[in-house]
Design a protein around this ligand. Structure first.
Ligand SMILES: Cc1cc2nc3c(=O)[nH]c(=O)nc-3n(C[C@H](O)[C@H](O)[C@H](O)COP(=O)(O)OP(=O)(O)OC[C@H]3O[C@@H](n4cnc5c(N)ncnc54)[C@H](O)[C@@H]3O)c2cc1C
Length: 475
């Protein structure tokens, strides 16, 4: 089997590794370094940036833990300097190093990597237009023939015609890394995960931050209780939220950015950051000519095993706009290759996907949410345990957050959960394993956890839920 993969992000490179492992001859066509936007522009850079912002947690809590910094008596947060050029260099170096590591793994697996832009010109043919030339290639387009094609071209930041980004004052999420000074006043337009993460970082770096949100709360599609914790923390740190505010236009006037709202109000800042979503990247791919079906969002339509409407063409990741997460892209890519190469395969478990918003504290969720259960009429029992009572949270002076678990009545099977805590992205792991493997609240509560630890709250919450739903946590 020969497989041609267009796009080298997690959807593409994870598929390449699986296909190569199963003996296929694999070529990956990518127009930038391997790892894709995920590694070079989105997940890795944003989380590296946020790691620098996390240094402030230590600074903020140290005096209350009895550790004072010389020369700064009585100051709650010691004086500091944010060296943005160093932070941004670190972000870039880490992203490039990660991309390099992925390239080594993929090349060692025997995969051929072609630098260029791919276009589907036949049900089994991709034409590559070389871009730049990091790989020493020159000359005209190359035709790649395969038995199957996988489209994994990802997504691009959504743009508004009335809000053209200039990379200096009006920024997209990818322009953030060009900043060399902390903005004096950053206006973030868009209330989703990306906006909340950048607001978290720049608030910590000392910028005045205004969050412009079109609904009555931030993170409108996420767990409401979790969003309330973040709103509260934002408010305490001085962030201003302008709610029920839909941006109609953003313009640059001199060295300032001005957001014009639909209701006539204006908000001015030194910089405006647009985080209004992502659109599937399908332009110039030749999908229409090939008869590959797309939906009203412009996303490639796929079935449970990532097949498109053309039998020899599969698609994975953001281009399918199912759930725009690196882990989902990777899962879809692997599933596609297992299916293509004749392995036993089950459709992706959409009911057990885990995700994190890397605010501070972080919000991690898995499976069914309380809101979704209410909307769809799925019966669940819910238990929420605030972290304020957790001994580890008290020691660390990090009391913001909670653990929430959802279980099906009768069986007590864990259907979902949410954790709001400093390292919620790691703490969600046992709940994710329970949800994926359909463990009961009682089973989750019996697994050993460390004392004292934040994870102890997961165990206690599971115990309380088991007593309510299953009558006891002993079985
Ligand atoms: C700011 C931000 C932060 C995020 N943080 C997280 C996070 O922490 N965790 C998480 O799980 N998800 C996160 N995401 C989402 C995550 O980045 C995506 O879900 C993930 O990158 C999707 O992977 P992919 O393989 O579909 O595409 P991508 O990673 O976008 O890779 C696709 C690649 O294909 C290339 N390409 C496109 N068209 C062509 C073509 N015609 N020919 C050749 N190459 C082409 C693109 O240039 C790109 O390199 C974040 C998103 C954003 C915007």
């Amino acid at each position: 089997m020969r497989v041609v993969i267009v796009g080298g992000g997690p959807g593409g490179y994870e598929a390449a590794l699986v296909a190569a492992d199963l003996g296929a001859e694999v070529t990956v066509v990518n127009d930038e370094g391997l790892g894709g936007a995920c590694v070079l522009w989105d997940c890795v850079p944003s989380k590296t940036l946020l790691t620098s912002a996390q240094a402030f947690n230590t600074l903020e809590t140290a005096p209350s833990l009895g550790v004072h910094f010389e020369g700064m008596p009585g100051q709650e947060v010691p004086r500091y300097e944010v060296d943005l050029p160093t932070i941004m260099r670190r972000v870039r170096d880490l992203a490039l190093a990660q991309s390099e590591d992925i390239s080594k793994r993929v090349l060692a697996a025997g995969v051929r990597v072609v630098l260029g832009r791919g276009r589907v010109v036949g049900p089994r043919t991709v034409e590559v237009q070389p871009t730049g030339d990091g790989a020493g290639r020159s000359g005209g387009p190359e035709r790649l023939e395969g038995d199957a094609i996988l489209l994994a071209t990802g997504s691009d930041p959504r743009r508004m015609d009335t809000a053209p980004t200039d990379g200096e004052i009006i920024l997209s999420s990818q322009d953030v890394y060009k900043l060399r000074q902390v903005p004096e006043h950053l206006v973030v337009v868009g209330a989703g995960a990306t906006g909340a993460e950048y607001a978290t970082a720049f608030l910590r770096f000392g910028a005045q931050v205004t969050f412009v949100v079109s609904r009555d709360r931030i993170l409108p599609t996420h767990d409401e209780d979790a969003a309330m914790v973040i709103e509260d923390v934002f408010e305490r740190r001085g962030l201003r939220t302008v709610k029920n505010a839909r941006a109609a236009k953003v313009e640059r006037v001199g060295d300032r950015g001005i957001v014009h709202l639909e209701d006539g109000r204006t908000i001015e800042g030194s910089h405006v950051l647009l985080t209004i979503g992502q659109v599937p990247q399908t332009s110039g791919l030749g999908l229409q000519e090939m008869g590959v079906q797309t939906n009203e969002r412009g996303a490639v339509v796929v079935d449970g095993v990532s097949r498109t409407s053309v039998p020899s063409i599969y698609a994975a990741g953001d281009v399918t706009a199912k759930l725009m997460l690196a882990s989902v892209a990777a899962g879809q890519g692997r599933t596609a290759m297992w299916h293509l190469l004749g392995q036993a395969v089950t459709p992706l478990r959409w009911d057990a996907v885990a995700a994190t918003i890397f605010t501070d504290p972080q919000i991690a969720t898995v499976g069914l949410s309380e809101q979704r259960a209410a909307e769809t009429g799925i019966e669940v029992e819910v238990d929420t345990l605030p972290l304020a009572g957790n001994s580890r949270a008290k020691m660390s002076n990090r009391p913001d957050g909670f653990v929430k678990l959802l279980a099906r009545p009768g069986s007590g099977t864990i259907a979902g959960g949410a954790v709001v805590a400093s390292y919620a992205s790691d703490l969600i792991a046992p709940i994710s394993a329970a949800c994926f493997n359909r463990l009961t609240a009682s089973q989750l509560s019996q697994a050993f956890q460390i004392y004292p630890s934040f994870a102890g709250s997961i165990q206690e919450c599971a115990r309380r839920l088991a007593v309510r739903v299953q009558g006891s946590y002993r079985y």
